[in-house]
Design a binder for this molecule. Sequence first.
Ligand code: NAP
Length: 232
Amino acid sequence: MDNKDLVRHYIGEVINHKNIAAKGTAMKIGIIGAGNMGTTLGDLWIAAGHDVLYGTRASNPTSNLRARPIAEACALSDFLVLAVNYWTIESALREMGDLTGKIILDISNPFALKAGATDKHNPANFERVLPLNQTALDRNRAFTPQAVWVKAFCSLPGKVMRETHHQTPHIAIPYTAADSHAADLLSILITDAGFDPVYAGGLDKTADIELLGKLSMQPMTKAKMLELMKQA
Ligand SMILES: NC(=O)c1ccc[n+]([C@@H]2O[C@H](COP(=O)([O-])OP(=O)(O)OC[C@H]3O[C@@H](n4cnc5c(N)ncnc54)[C@H](OP(=O)(O)O)[C@@H]3O)[C@@H](O)[C@H]2O)c1
């Protein structure tokens, strides 16, 4: 299926995968990085019945019973989520083990702490560290091209996602993917997290959904997002 077919396949579709775990199809999800975004997504997927493990560093002991060494969490999981800070992604990928054929969801935006800043909770301390014509995904998948990359959950602040999941009407989460199986799984996981999945296109459309892209920043419904996508 090429990108255009995928767009046709996903735009306007109604996905009805509610309570997927009850249907006996829980996914094994390995979330690398148990911080703000990692635990936000993890909590939502655990509530939907998925099996979630967190890959954490030995230097960051946690009482979370789901925490595992990074390589173990990856080996035991079918769907990986890269939820570490942007500036530690290369080293995290090295610790994740053999990623050949593994699906990796990249949620990152190319922003890093300004020199001398330490407070990760103050948005003013962050600056964009890639040229505007390059996405975080371009850079990250160049480190591990043997994996199957998909992108989502980068378009809105974590705080907004925590406040709006399962809201009526649902908030849309745009995603990009080049592999139809990985796209299907991601679409299910977006639905199970309490949002409406909107396929924004192949990986070449990722700039639209990363922070500052035309589908980012403002929480909106699927109808509004599809309207925006029609505009050139
Ligand atoms: N925050 C948002 O609103 C938001 C929204 C959309 C997308 N994102 C993206 O989500 C990603 C995570 O952001 P965040 O806000 O969740 O950051 P965060 O709260 O600082 O959490 C990052 C977590 O990753 C851990 N970590 C760092 N390097 C690691 C490694 N090599 N292996 C394992 N764990 C590692 C950190 O542990 P330590 O504490 O020990 O360093 C921390 O627990 C970023 O790529 C960001 O661009 C964030």
